[in-house]
Structure formats: C-alpha cells, structure tokens
Design a protein around this ligand. Structure first.
Ligand code: NAP
Length: 474
C-alpha cells in the first residue's frame, strides 16, 4: 500500500517514500510519502488561498462540516480502531475509546463554531471615550501549522483540526512518522464532510524537514504542537512572532492520603493511569505518593493489578498492553530501571521485557527523586511508588518536577483537597481521581516544561483567533 501526500484537495506523489512497520508484528504495513521543502511550500500556498474561503464561510456551514466528520467517524469506528492497532500498536479496546473521544472532540468543535463571539466595550468609561460604540470580534488567524505525536493520532489531531476549522482557519498537518495512516485517512473523511480543497493539507515526512519549515515560515500564523518537551521548547525559540501552543510531556503524580480507603476501584484507576497504552500517555500516572499508613496495602494491591494486565497482540480483544512504539523504548526502559536499581531501588513487579516486543508493567519503590524513572518523563509502563509521612512533604515531592501537566489527589479531607488544588503546580488538579483524567472540552495544558497555552476546543479556538476591536464614532 503506497500512501501519497495530500495537498490542495489532491493526492500528490512524493520524490521519496519510507516503509512503515507495525510496532507489534514488525511487518511492513505501508510505504509513506516523505514530503520535502517544495511540498511544504505548495501546501502552505494552498492553505493560504483556501484561508480566504474558510474565513468567509458561515459558522453554520463550518459546524455542519465538523458534525458530518464526527458522523463519518461514528460509521467507520471499527476500521479506524484497527488502524490504530496496526500503526501504533494500540490495543483494540483502548483504540475504540480513542475513536469515541475523537467523535466527541469533533462534535464539541461543531458546537464551538457557532459561538465564537466578542463583547461590547463601554468606551465612555474613559474620559474622551463618549459618543462611541465599540465591540470586539474574533477573526480567524489564517494558516495553522499542526504537528502531532504518535500516541493519540486521531484525537490529538482532532484537537487541532476541530478548533482550526471551527474558527475558519486552514491547516497544514504534519503527523508523527509512526502514525501517518490515521492522518491521511482524514483527507477522505473531510472531503466527504464538505471541507473545501486546500483547507486541510497532510504532509507526512521528517520532523526536521516538514516540521522545521512550518515552524519557521512566516505565512504560518500559528503553530499548534503536541509532542516531547525537547522538540517543543526548541520550536518556540524558532517560531518568531507566530502564535505557539505547546502540549508537552510530564511525569504526573498522585497523592493518596491517610483518610482514603484503598478500594479496588481506586486500584483499578491507578492501573489504568499507569499502564493504559503501556504508559505512552502524556498524563500517564508515573509517581504515586502514598501515606505511610496505607503504603503496604496499596503496594500489594497495585502489584496484583499490574500482574493482571494482559500483554499481547493489539488486535486481540483481550489485550491490555502491547508493544511500545519502538524497540529503542524497550532498551530505554531497561536502562532507566537499571539506573534506579543501581541507586538502591526495588523492582516490585516487572522490570523487564517479556518478549522482544513486550515490556512488563513495572512498579518500583525506593527510587531516588533524581533518578530518570522519577524526574524524567518515562512514557512507558513504569510507576514509582513512594511513602510519605506528612502532607507538606507529599505536596513538595509532587512539585519537585520540571513538569506540571496534571496532578491528582485522593482524600476525604476537604482542607487537604483544597490545599492540593491551590498548591500543586500543574495545569489541572484532579481531586479524588488520577491525573490521567481528561475529557475533551475541558481546558487542558501544562505549566513549567509541560507546555504553553491550552487545548479543549473553546480554549484552542481562542489561541487560533485574533481579537479585533471595532470602534464607531457616533
Ligand atoms: P516527538 O518526538 O516530540 O514528536 C512529535 C511531533 O514532532 C512528530 O510529528 C515529530 O515528527 C515532530 N518533530 C520531531 N522533530 C521535529 C522538529 N525538529 N521540528 C518540528 N517537528 C518535529 O513526540 P512523540 O514521541 O511523537 O510523542 C510523545 C511525546 O508527546 C511525549 O513527550 C508526550 O508527553 C507528548 N504528548 C503530550 C500531550 C499533551 O497534550 N500535553 C499529549 C500527547 C503526547 P517525527 O515523528 O517525524 O519525528
């Protein structure tokens, strides 16, 4: 299967193609066009031309296109979940959840398209402002460059296309090299939904070629990036005056205090948080701080839950966890665990590969706070569990991180819950849930090295529009 570039409503052959392999089976599943600089140039020009049409398109029509796209996703959900299993090794059940969320994201975008509005400004509040009527409107920003990661290739792309089209913008999309199929299929879905040619251009290819040109080109009005902190931070330095939204990584933490019963429901949430999609989730539960009075009980039950995870083929209905995105990541997991153990950590369960494609869900204790498994983003199936004696200490340990995407706390003590809400350094605090909770209309984004700006359709629309003031002298 040969997949081309999608520019200005047409498929275009590229000069070069690269093989795409399934992370689980290792089989070649497609040959993917690799865009070069000239292709990016063509896509930007097409998006610029189409941006005039999109900016004039009535809100009802933009909403209808997004609604139709959501409806097509609904009809094709099983096929799309299978695509995720093939190219990302996402287990079918996890993939179906992603598709269900993607449908929600496009539906929220359709609704948001209808309520992009400004406000009236009482200019007479300032001396000299009398006799004027003023109001604001939100104008589409123009061409949006969207650069996306491999881990939620449908839903995180939807978080870029949805608000961009809702606001009347056009997009040049550069998907992750490992997950181009899920992006390229959007060409058909949006064409069927009625999106004009040029409004969506899809350019698989190398980050250092396609991504780099999008970030530097002045005709791109906004870059919306989801990916690793290293790439994102470098991007902000190159983007000049264009709008930049960065959704980056984290080493998310959870506090479980002494007022909480260690129920099976809590353990199940922690297992989902730590091991879903093998921990390759930006708000995966990586650090768990448990009050010392509950520590042993939590650890024993959490270990049992980890050992119940079913590892295997992503296309198998029973599978909870499958291959990590690349063999390099298996190697990295092993090295990081080895480093922690050499500094005195204990492997409670897992800690090694079970086959050449599968890594066991792993729980570590006694990990030093400066060990990579704790202070860097693991992005794999490793959770670090640490006891604490005082609540102050727990808050300090969560905050002892260069990241701050989301944090969680389980407590029955309202004072502690509100203190955590106030003091935890994160873009979102989940009380009585894991940090991994997200639905698609909530404001979502990080502080510190976890990012810049917010997604969640309404908030992304703000990032992708320009506020304009109109003042009329009466
Ligand atoms: P990544 O390696 O940073 O790649 C993300 C995207 O950036 C890919 O499309 C990649 O292309 C591209 N890229 C690479 N180098 C580039 C450059 N120099 N200029 C422009 N673009 C470049 O991240 P990933 O491994 O796919 O995804 C995992 C990371 O994403 C984790 O850190 C995770 O926490 C983060 N993430 C954050 C959120 C959030 O909402 N905060 C959500 C999901 C994931 P190639 O694939 O071709 O290299």
């Amino acid at each position: 299967m040969k997949k081309h570039l999608f520019i200005n409503g047409d498929w275009k052959e590229a000069k070069q193609y690269a093989p795409l392999y399934s992370p689980y089976s290792g089989e070649q599943i497609a040959e993917i066009a690799q865009a070069d600089e000239a292709d990016v140039e063509e896509a930007i020009q097409a998006a610029q031309v189409a941006s005039k049409l999109m900016a004039r398109m009535p809100a009802s029509q933009r909403a209808a296109i997004l609604e139709k796209a959501a409806a097509i996703f609904e009809e094709r959900q099983e096929e799309l979940a299978r695509m995720l299993a093939m190219e990302a090794a996402k287990p079918l059940r996890t993939g179906r959840t992603e598709i269900a969320r993607t449908i929600q994201t496009y539906k929220f975008a359709a609704e948001e398209a209808k309520r992009i509005h400004g406000e009236t400004i009482p200019l007479d509040a300032a001396p000299g402002g009398e006799g004027r009527l003023a109001y604001t409107v939100r104008k589409p920003i123009g061409v949006v460059g969207a650069i996306t990661p491999f881990n939620f290739p449908f839903n995180l792309v939807a978080h870029k296309l949805g608000p961009a089209f809702a606001a009347g913008n056009t997009v040049v999309l550069k998907p992750a090299s490992q997950t181009p199929l899920s992006a390229l299929i959007l060409a058909d879905i949006f064409a069927e939904a009625g999106l004009p040619a040029g409004a969506l251009n899809i350019l698989p290819g190398k980050g250092a070629v396609v991504g780099e040109k999008l970030v530097r080109d002045n005709r791109i009005a906004a870059i919306t990036f989801t990916g690793s902190p290293e790439v994102g931070i470098a991007m902000k330095n190159k983007a000049g005056l264009k709008r930049v939204t960065l959704e980056l990584g984290s080493n998310s933490a959870l506090i479980i205090d002494d007022t909480v019963e260690i129920t099976q429901a809590l353990i199940d949430r922690c297992a989902i948080g730590a091991f879903s999609f093998s921990g390759q989730v930006c708000i995966s539960l990586q650090r768990v701080y448990v009050h010392e009075s509950k520590y042993e009980e939590f650890l024993e039950k959490f270990k049992q839950a980890a050992e119940k995870q079913v590892l295997g083929d992503p296309l198998d209905e029973a599978t909870d966890m499958s291959a990590l995105i690349s063999p390099k990541d298996h190697q990295r997991m092993a090295e990081w665990i080895e480093e922690a153990v050499s500094q005195g950590a204990t492997v409670v369960t897992g800690g090694k590969q079970v086959t050449d494609r599968l890594f066991a869900p792993t729980i570590l204790t006694g990990v030093k706070s400066d060990a990579k498994c704790s202070c860097q983003e693991v992005f794999g199936p490793i959770a670090v569990v640490t006891p604490f004696a005082s609540f102050d200490e727990a808050i300090d340990m969560v905050n002892d991180s260069r990241f701050g995407l989301q944090a969680g706390i389980y407590t029955r003590d309202i004072q502690k819950a509100l203190r955590a809400a106030d003091e935890l350094e994160a873009g979102g605090v989940m009380i009585n849930d894991i940090p991994t909770f997200r639905v698609d209309h909530m404001p979502y984004g990080g502080v510190k090295e976890s990012g810049f700006g917010r997604e969640g359709i309404k908030y992304a629309v703000e990032e992708m529009t320009e506020l304009k003031l109109i003042a009329i002298k009466l």
